[in-house]
Ligand binder design. Structure first.
Ligand code: SF4
Length: 93
């Protein structure tokens, strides 16, 4: 993992932990993955935009499974974060 990717993933993981590690349902993960696989930034195993490997990772390492994460270009949204937190915390990946 490149230094920038490792840093972004670490920040996202810390925020995810602080938020109580909210997790998506399998249906929500599947829907996010369906959107990613149709995206021009999909590399075949992850996101070329944010650098996260999303495809085959276990839930605790897969940002698609983290309900508090969002697509860096807005193709899918956070699922359980209060509106005021979403407005002040926009730079995830
Ligand atoms: S996270 Fe967003 S930008 Fe990245 S592959 Fe998925 S849809 Fe595309």
């Amino acid at each position: 993992m490149a230094k920038g990717k490792a840093w972004r993933f670490s920040i996202s993981a810390i925020k995810h932990l602080c938020r109580g590690m909210p997790t998506c349902t399998q249906e929500q993960i599947n829907e996010r993955l369906r959107i990613c696989k149709a995206c021009i930034h999909w590399t075949g195993s992850g996101c070329g935009k944010c650098g996260c490997n999303c495809g085959g990772k276990p839930k605790f390492l897969n940002k698609l499974a983290w309900a508090d994460q969002e697509c860096p270009i807005g193709k899918w949204k956070r699922l359980d974060v209060a509106d005021d937190e979403q407005e002040t915390d926009t730079e995830e990946s």
